[in-house]
Ligand binder design. Structure first.
Ligand code: GCB
Length: 592
């Protein structure tokens, strides 16, 4: 799905700002036929949960309503008019005046609605967006709604981050011509010094297609006619980690020699491959350094914020991180574009987190009772999971920063039925995008002897908490057990391995001369243990610490104001470990 842009043939109006806001007590949204009776206003983009003092809003389970008036620019006569919602977490319905025009499920991917037939250029309309935060046994991520004895409904879920909801990303009103470019797909290659760009352009309506490839200074370096083809770029400048270079493919829809629509798609020429125990970018071995992140900040919740975007990338650059994982859901498109422009490598993850009844909220290990995986959740789960894989690849397929798809985080991969559940999901991702490796992130409960799913992954991504949930406070045992397990993986599969999570909760300002969990020193020493082990295992090709920053979780009694495994605090101040990581990640690597 193309991101809306302003071009010579398209216009765009941001609908961000303050919207009227109200919660709805009904489980099922009714058609919206009146102005919202409320004095509350909520900013878009932002999660709504932490904005207000009323606990009824923070703990609300069900639908909320956002509403504003929108004027269609008068110059848009003859154009298609589209409302684009970058995300409605976790389900959205859209009304234009009294017309229900769209419904969407899944909280972290965009959807758009052609509203041309129900709006008029120059006139206003009332735009109402309902958003539901409900998670059920067949949503991705899954959850359950529990009815309390006093009638209150409360939401439970199995993942370890707060269930922020609302319109956390931008909303747009966009124009586009009736005959238009509907989609662009690029896959790049390298042939000697030349870059190869395979492209496909889908058009709505009857039009010929022309493409031009421009370099960063706007000079045309290749061109072609036709909806699909291959461009050769002599002496191409490659997109490299830490040294981004972006060409622009201008896709034109042409009718009777006139360009009726044009869409510019950025293109980074690079290749990605797994070769034995190595991960290659442009044919060169790549070692991942960086983090699992979250979209999370005070007050905004998961609301996208360009200031945090720039600052987070600045801190990643400062510390020597060359990559991150979009744990545990697709991030805002602004983040992906920024990674493209700044040469940061991304492992792009679906929102399939918490598909594991053996873990309580990412922390308590509760064990499974032997029930077949498919019977632990709703029958619609796999379909919803497929929809998320399709949506993620459709949205992010053209980002050079994305080097691998992660189809799930820490699902149950050992119960009966997991093989049958996951095999088709790997096939689907590979069929949709044969150009990138596909992985899933393995949980500590499923070591090599019992994991039924790792055989499908191109790269083994492992989350391990030796020295924390296991061997807590005993770093000598942690080191021995970690090394034993990693060697077992290496021996069984020989595939490249990335430690996609390792870390320790740490309260900034807690100190000790002993191996005392929660202190800054312990976090430093625990990471040292892991790094020593990694450096002894040749197929360890990456280290992504959990987490970039402290983040909010559902409270329970296991978390004190959230998860504190951040290398930075929630307001992005470095803990001692940040300096230690910086020393490691900015030093030349032994085999570089
Ligand atoms: C995990 C999960 C992550 C949690 C983390 C923790 O394995 O993938 O979502 O936040 O552990 O800190 O417990």
């Amino acid at each position: 799905m193309l991101k809306p842009k302003i071009t010579a043939t398209r216009e765009l109006v941001s609908l961000d700002g303050l919207w009227a806001f109200a919660v709805d007590d009904d489980a099922v949204p009714e058609p919206w036929t009146a102005p919202l009776a409320t004095t509350r206003e909520a900013p878009v983009p932002a999660s709504y949960n932490d904005l207000f003092t009323d606990p009824e809003i923070r703990d609300h389970v069900g639908w909320v309503w956002y509403q504003r008036t929108v004027r269609v620019p008068r110059g848009w006569a003859g154009e298609r008019v589209v409302v684009r919602v970058d995300a409605a977490t976790h389900a959205g319905v859209v009304y234009v005046d009294d017309h229900r025009v769209a419904a969407h499920e899944g909280g972290y991917l965009p959807f758009e609605i052609d509203v041309t037939d129900v709006v008029s250029p120059g006139a206003e309309f009332r735009l109402t967006i309902g958003v539901s935060n409900e998670l059920t046994p067949e949503t991705i991520p899954p959850g359950e709604i529990v009815e309390r004895p006093d009638g209150r409904r409360s939401q439970t879920y199995l993942h370890d981050f707060y269930n922020y909801a609302g319109l956390a990303r931008s909303v747009w009103l966009a124009s586009r011509p009736a005959v238009h470019v509907d989609d662009v797909t690029v896959v790049t290659g390298i042939d000697g010094a030349d870059g190869i760009v395979d492209y496909r352009v889908d058009v709505v309506g009857n039009a010929a297609v022309r493409v031009r490839l421009l370099d960063e200074s706007g000079v045309e370096v290749a061109a072609a006619d036709g909806a699909a083809g291959t461009l050769r770029v002599p002496d191409a400048t490659l997109w490299r980690p830490g040294a981004a270079y972006l060409y622009t493919l201008v896709a034109e829809a042409v009718v009777a020699d006139a360009v009726v629509d044009e869409y510019p798609q950025t293109v980074g020429i690079r290749t990605v491959a797994v070769d034995g125990g190595r991960f290659l970018i442009n044919g060169e071995p790549f070692h991942f350094t960086g983090f699992g992140k979250h979209e999370d900040s005070a007050v905004r919740g998961k609301g996208h914020d360009d200031a945090y975007l720039v600052h987070d990338f600045e801190l990643m650059h400062w510390i020597g991180a060359n990559s991150f994982r979009t744990s545990h859901y697709p991030y805002a498109e602004e983040v992906m574009d920024y990674a493209d422009r700044h040469g940061i490598v991304v492992i792009d993850e679906t929102p399939a987190v918490g598909l594991n009844k053996a873990i309580g909220g990412g922390i308590g290990i509760v064990g499974t009772d032997g029930t077949r995986f498919q019977d632990q959740f709703g029958p619609g789960l796999q379909e919803a999971h497929k929809r998320e894989i399709r949506g993620l690849i459709a949205r992010d397929k053209n980002h050079p920063s994305v080097v691998m798809w992660s189809i799930a985080n820490e699902p149950d991969s050992m119960s009966e039925g997991t093989d049958e559940y996951f095999a088709p999901l790997f096939s689907l991702a590979r069929e949709l995008d044969p150009s990138r490796p596909v992985t899933f992130v393995n949980v500590m409960l499923a070591p090599p002897e019992v994991c039924r799913v790792s055989k499908y992954a191109d790269v083994l991504c492992l989350n391990r908490y030796y020295g924390w949930y296991v061997d807590g406070g005993d770093l000598a045992s942690a080191e021995a057990n970690l090394e034993r397990e990693l060697r077992a993986w290496a021996e069984k599969y020989g595939k490249p391995m990335i430690m996609t999570e390792y870390g320790a909760d740490t309260i900034a300002g807690f100190h000790s001369v002993w191996d005392q969990p929660w202190t800054e020193e312990y976090q430093v020493r625990l990471l040292d243990v892991y790094h020593r082990v990694f450096d002894r295992i040749p197929t360890m090709i990456g280290e992504q610490v959990w987490n970039f920053a402290d983040f909010q979780t559902s409270s329970g009694f296991f978390r004190v104001d959230g998860n504190k495994k951040g290398v930075f605090t929630r307001d992005r101040r470095p803990k001692a470990v940040a300096h230690a990581l910086r020393a490691r990640w900015t030093a030349p690597r032994a085999n570089d």
